[in-house]
Design a protein around this ligand. Sequence first.
Ligand code: 5GP
Ligand code: MN
Length: 331
Amino acid sequence: MISQIDQDIAEKISAGKRFVIASHIRPDADAVGSLLGLGLALMKAGKTVQLVLEDGAEKYDYLPGSEYVIRSPVGEADMIIVVDCSDAERVGSVLNDYGQPDLVIDHHKTNLAFGKINVVEPDQVATAAVLFDHIPAWGLSIDPDVATCLLSGIVGDTIGFRTPNVDANLLRKAASLIDLGADLNHVYNEELVLRSFSAVHYWGFGLKRIELQGELVWTSLTLADQQESGYDQGDDANLVNVLSSIREAKIALLFVEQPGNSVKVSWRTGPGLDVSEIAYRFGGGGHAAAAGADIKGSLAEVKHRVIAETLELLENSSMKNRSIIQKNFGE
Ligand code: 5GP
Ligand code: MN
C-alpha cells in the first residue's frame, strides 16, 4: 500500500522537470549519500537535477555522482528538495532565493518540518534509510550507483553499524542495497578506515589536551591546529568517534574553533541519555546519541558555557536514576 504522501510526492516528481536538491553545510556521509542517491535516481529517470552543497563534497569524491555537486543553484526549479537537514538555516544561504522547500526528507528528531511536504522519520538510522524505503514508491529505481550512495549514508550515520539503533531490519536494508550492487567494502573503507596523514596529525593536537571530569570527556581543536597539521577541512576529522569510545565517559564533547568567532560543538552519548535537547538549546540539533551546534563566541567562552550545562545534564540524569532506584527499592 502506497501512502497518500508518497502518492503526492510521486505525482510531483513525475510532473517536474527541473529539480534542485540540497543538504547541510559541512556535509557528512548521510548528507552526501542521500543527496547523490536521490539525485542520481532522478537523473536516471530523465530529470534535470542540480545537486547543491554550500561547502561542496570534496571528501566524498569516491561516491558516484559527486562530480555533479555544485555550491549554488542557478535558474528556476519545479521542485526544491532538502535532505538530512533539521532546519532551513543548516542548508546555508544557497536556497535563499528559492522560498520554502517543496519536500524535506530527514530523520532528525529536532526537525522543524520546514518543507511543504515533510518525510521525517526519527526512528530511522539515516536519511539514506528513509530514502531506501520511499524511492520505489516515488516511481524511481535503485541502481548500483544509487545503492552505493545510500549505503554510504547508512554506514556513516551508524559509524559502521555500531550505533544502538542498528537492528536486524536495518541490516536487511543494507543487505538489499548490497544485492542491488552497492560495494560495502569500498564504502566502509573510504568512510571509516582510510584517512589522511594530516587528519591523524590534527587529532594529535586534540588528544594532547583531552580532559575528563566525572563522566564527561572533552577536548578542542583550534584553527592553529589546522594550520600546523595541514588539515584544511574545518571539521573534526571524526575525532569525536575516538572520544566517544572512552569507557569512563557517558558524554563526549568536542569543540572545533571556526573562523569568525564561532565554535562547532559535537555531543555524543550512549543509550539512556539525550543530548539533542541541549544542542537545540544552543541553536543546534541532532539525535539523542549524536548532536551538534554552531555557537557564537570565543573557544574559551563556548567551552565554559557548554561544559557547565553538559555537566548539569549528567548530574540531573544521575539524580533521576538514583530516585528511580530508590523508588523501585521502596516498592
Ligand atoms: P556532528 O556532531 O557530527 O556535526 O553532528 C551530529 C548530529 O547533529 C548530526 O546528525 C547533525 O546533523 C546534527 N547537527 C550537528 N550540528 C548541527 C547544527 O548546527 N544544527 C543542527 N540543527 N543539527 C546539527
Ligand atoms: Mn543523517
